[in-house]
Design a protein around this ligand. Structure first.
Ligand code: HEC
Ligand code: HEC
Length: 173
């Protein structure tokens, strides 16, 4: 059997398991044996409840959690597997696992970002700030990179002799 067929088989088995879990969720009063998803329908996979949250709220809705996770991935320009390790047997990502160092770095970053916002950004009452300016996010620093790019200010230009003269126009360079 090719690997592809093997994984397709695994996927079908997982799908069948989640479909029956889903129909039970959707119709708690129904006899679980009778509650079958319609043939050909594509039920939304129910997201499992998180079991290993240490910095995000433990009661967060799974949908909300995944939205936040997509934000992290996009902000750093990576996929989920940058922080999440795969299970050695199934090769599927084991989201609860803490095997990857970057997940632990991310936890520190989540706590850091929260402290910046709660303790410092909250003190800035800048009338010019738009709502999105009022807090920092992963993207404020990372901007699509795992390591924030270094910003080196351009060399200062304002010592040009013509510029210092009274009435002189700023040099266009
Ligand atoms: C930059 C690192 C990073 C990326 C990228 C990332 N995650 Fe996470 N993820 C984390 C951290 C950190 C936690 C644990 C948060 C905590 O401890 O409160 C977590 C937790 C989770 C959990 C909860 C697991 C459990 O049972 O506790 C799920 C599910 C999850 N991530 C899914 C995803 C998905 C899906 C993606 C891709 C769209 C993704 N993550 C991308 C860092 C990341
Ligand atoms: C104030 C700026 C800032 C913010 C905000 C920020 N980071 Fe970072 N992050 C950094 C810097 C700087 C580094 C490099 C630190 C180092 O590697 O020693 C870094 C490193 C990381 C790394 C390790 C990258 C690698 O290649 O090893 C991860 C993962 C990470 N950040 C995730 C996040 C996540 C997730 C958020 C949002 C919750 C976030 N960061 C918010 C500045 C920031």
């Amino acid at each position: 059997m090719s690997n592809r067929l093997f994984f397709a088989g695994l996927l079908m088995a997982a799908l069948a398991a989640t479909m029956s879990a889903f129909s039970q969720d959707a119709a708690p009063a129904a006899d679980s044996g009778a509650a079958q998803a319609q043939p050909g329908a594509r039920p939304r996979r129910p997201l499992p409840k998180p079991v290993n949250l240490k910095v995000l709220p433990k009661d967060i809705a799974p949908e909300e959690l995944v939205k936040i996770m997509r934000g992290y991935a996009g902000s750093l320009g990576v996929e989920c597997n940058f922080c999440h390790a795969a299970n050695a047997q199934t090769h599927k990502l084991d989201f609860a696992s803490d095997a990857k160092e970057d997940k632990s770095f991310a936890r520190t970053m989540i706590a850091m970002t929260r402290t910046i916002n709660d303790q410092y950004m909250s003190q800035i009452n800048d009338p010019d700030a738009m709502p999105a300016d009022k807090h920092v996010t992963c993207g404020t620093c990372h901007r699509g990179h795992t390591m924030p790019e270094h910003f080196v200010p351009p060399p200062e230009q304002h010592h040009h002799p013509a510029q210092g003269a009274p009435g002189a126009q700023p040099s266009p360079q």
